[in-house]
Design a protein around this ligand. Structure first.
Ligand code: ZN
Ligand code: ZN
Length: 333
């Protein structure tokens, strides 16, 4: 399923099998997660995509062919392919353990073809060894929703009272980790999203409800928060999340794109509150999260779609009709 021009539905095309180049492997795709970033790509909100491009950066599958020099995996090994497809290893960010900020980074399903397909190629150094505890459809959402959510959770420090704004694919996974760590999770959803609120309560959130509108007074939550992670791409949530924080709290913006943040009184930032973003991931994040996930255990609520229904999956995600994570179930596994 290929994006041929921005703003158009994905086209169902037949392509030759991709040949793995030096250091690459070809993967038989078992499942690929559908991420909000894919909507931003299709809507032209990410600059300079490779076009045409196959979206999808939460690829779960098995290695089926090795390119020249590829030796990290054996045929049949299960791997996950995340958003970070390649980093230079030489820039000041790569050399300081921040390859997520690499100046020349390439990204799966955006600058390189991704996993909305039966096969994908990837640099073996950027594939993640996949735990056998998960089937492909259960693994796929962990590869972006899970691990970028996990990076955002780390940015929240040791916050005990945690707010999650937008309770979709990422938040429902982060919620499980946070509850496992003994944090008190507060889930903020759209006004009438009972499905998301009930999912949050099932997963251990102490409170779930709609985000209070400006002027209502208070955040809607029963207690002030030490940290809030904003997953929804809605800039207007940032001042609302700030207003929900206790002194010294942090708002972490976890999406790649967000509508403009409205101006707000300095008072909301005063007392050492802060606002920051989380960008991409490092391989270390991915390996750490995939090691920990089966121990929690993190379980994705999966809404499956056939590959040919990718446009339908994307439309459901756009309209907030996905409970948990949308996944394209492609091959076996
Ligand atoms: Zn670099
Ligand atoms: Zn993603």
């Amino acid at each position: 399923m290929q994006l041929q021009s921005v703003g158009r539905p994905l086209a169902d095309v037949a392509l030759p099998a991709p040949e793995p180049a030096r250091g690459q492997v070809r993967i038989a795709v078992g499942a690929c997660g559908v991420c909000r970033t894919d909507l931003h790509l299709i809507d032209g909100e990410l600059p300079d995509p490779k076009l045409p491009v196959i979206p999808g950066h939460q690829i779960a599958g098995r290695v089926e062919e090795l390119g020249p020099g590829a030796a990290r995996f054996a045929l049949g090994d299960r791997v996950g392919v995340p958003w970070l497809a390649w980093a230079c290893g030489e820039c000041r960010f790569c050399r300081s353990g921040r390859e997520n900020l690499c100046e020349r980074a390439e990204f799966t399903g955006y600058l390189r073809d991704g996993g909305y397909a039966e096969m994908a190629v990837a640099d073996e150094r950027f594939c993640l060894p996949a735990p056998e505890a998960y089937e492909d459809a259960a693994l796929a959402p962990l590869l972006c929703a899970g691990l970028i959510g996990y990076r955002a959770l780390r940015m929240a420090g040791d916050a005990e009272r945690l707010g999650l704004y937008g309770f979709g694919a990422s938040a429902h996974l982060v919620c499980q980790v946070a509850v496992h760590q003994g944090r008190r999770v507060h889930a903020f959803t759209r006004e009438d999203d009972e499905a998301a609120q009930s999912l949050a309560r099932e997963l251990g959130a102490v409170w779930a409800g709609p985000t209070a509108r400006t002027g209502q007074g208070g955040s809607g939550a029963p207690e002030p928060l030490d940290a809030a992670i904003v997953f929804a791409p809605v800039g207007g949530l940032v001042p609302l999340a700030l207003a929900a924080l206790d002194r010294g709290g942090v708002v972490v913006c976890a999406g790649i794109h967000m509508s403009d943040i409205p101006s707000f009184p300095y008072e909301l930032l005063w007392e050492e509150r802060s606002v920051r973003s989380v960008a991409n991931l490092t391989r270390a994040d991915g390996e750490e999260f995939l090691r920990m996930a089966p121990e929690v255990p993190v379980r994705a609520a999966v809404q499956p779609y056939a590959l040919a229904d990718a446009n339908h999956a994307l439309a459901d995600l756009r309209e907030g009709k996905v409970r948990g994570a949308a996944v394209l179930a492609i091959g076996s596994g």
